[in-house]
Design a protein. Structure first.
Length: 224
């Protein structure tokens, strides 16, 4: 077959590259945001006047509010700093094999180690990254197994993706076999102070050092 030449005055060129899939763009954007936040955390840790055990976050970094379903499927809204509370926010899921239960276990050990007045001002929120399987009832049973004051929140997609992005959290299904799968996700815990500011980030590997995590938390509680 004879090829058709391009119209006069229009130079022939290479074919246009295929469009990048949307999910590739989303992942690249999330990686860029995460690296940017990581750089800011490093700078903030160096400049922080208090020697946090966790990673100090830049001053004035506001925590993102979010809404979903809480206890009994009732609407739940997290308003950072509301009622003078300090909050540990963690993204995980109930089918998690080890990281999520360990995180909740150690956070509750930290909470139990606080004086009674400070315990009343501290709460733990688990945001599920598996809304397909984590019903409000399942989340509530799971979270309160580790501590009766914990809160489990289910946020449907695509709202969940927006909330996760605001916290620099990544998550992705892995080893999918029908309805059974695991989820790879960011394992950090974010501490929000009574003014609604992000103050400290703890990696899950730091949480077993309960006394040092408690010291970070008490510093934030006392400064709030």
């Amino acid at each position: 077959m004879t090829s058709v030449p391009p119209p006069l005055g229009v130079p022939a060129g290479p074919p246009a590259p295929p469009a990048r899939p949307w999910y590739v763009s989303a992942v690249l954007a999330l990686v860029a945001v995460t690296l940017l936040l990581l750089g800011a955390w490093v700078v903030a840790r160096v400049r922080s006047p208090y020697p946090f055990f966790g990673t100090a976050l830049p001053a004035g970094t506001a925590a993102a509010p979010f809404s979903g379903q809480g206890l009994g499927g009732q609407p739940f809204t997290f308003t950072p700093g509301q009622n003078g509370q300090v909050t540990a926010v963690f993204f995980g899921f109930t089918h998690c094999a080890s990281i999520c239960p360990l995180t909740l276990s150690y956070l509750n050990k930290v909470r139990d180690a606080l004086p009674a007045e400070q315990r009343q001002r501290f709460r733990i929120i688990l945001v599920s990254v598996d809304p397909d399987r984590d019903t409000p009832a399942r989340l509530n049973k799971y979270v309160t197994y580790f501590g009766r004051e914990g809160v489990g929140v289910r946020i449907p997609e695509p709202q969940l993706a927006r909330v996760a992005r605001a916290y620099g959290v990544a998550y992705q299904k892995a080893d999918v076999q029908g309805t059974e799968y695991q989820i790879n996700h960011t394992t950090a815990t974010y501490l929000v102070d009574a003014q609604g500011q992000l103050r400290v980030l703890w990696d899950y590997t730091q949480l077993p050092q309960v006394d040092r995590v408690k010291a970070d938390l008490q510093h934030v509680l006392e400064a709030s």
